[in-house]
Design a protein around this ligand. Structure first.
Ligand SMILES: [Zn+2]
Length: 147
């Protein structure tokens, strides 16, 4: 499976670029149409590889770059996700070219290293059910100084 080796290479790059011990939230990549990646397959491969690892929650964002098409009849060039996209001049004499590259665009890292388990929030909520009385403040009502 083509996508599995891509996902492996990607994972390798992510591990090399991410700060050690950081929690990675998402990974964005850009793939040339020449790679002919099936995004669904790549997502599955990514999930299979990252499952039970420190990257288990990292979301993969894939952007596929379009093909560049050139019409040999009217010399028009345009971009399309479909390499067989016909030219508006109705000529089908077109050439499609695309990048075969795969770029790691960005890695989103969670900068807060301390996890906050939901149990702590729950405990804190229950403790403060009794309100401290503060009546002294009502004795001296403040008057606004009108200017
Ligand atoms: Zn044309």
């Amino acid at each position: 499976m083509h996508e599995l080796s891509i996902a492996e290479a990607l994972l390798d790059q992510v591990r090399r670029h991410a700060p050690p011990g950081s929690r990675i939230l998402s990974v964005s990549v850009e793939a040339g149409a020449g790679q002919s990646i099936e995004e669904d397959c790549l997502q599955l491969a990514w999930q299979a590889l990252t499952r039970d690892t420190e990257l288990g929650h990292a979301v993969l964002h894939v952007t596929t770059l379009p093909w560049t098409l050139k019409c040999n009849t009217c010399n028009r060039t345009w971009q399309s996700p479909d390499p067989l996209n016909p030219c508006p001049c109705s000529s089908s004499n077109t050439q499609a070219s695309a990048s075969h590259e795969l770029h790691l665009l960005s890695i989103e890292v969670d900068n807060d290293p301390t996890p906050s388990p939901p149990e702590l929030h729950f405990a804190a909520k229950r403790k403060h059910s009794r309100r401290p009385r503060s009546r002294t403040s009502t004795m001296k009502p403040r008057q606004r100084s009108a200017k």
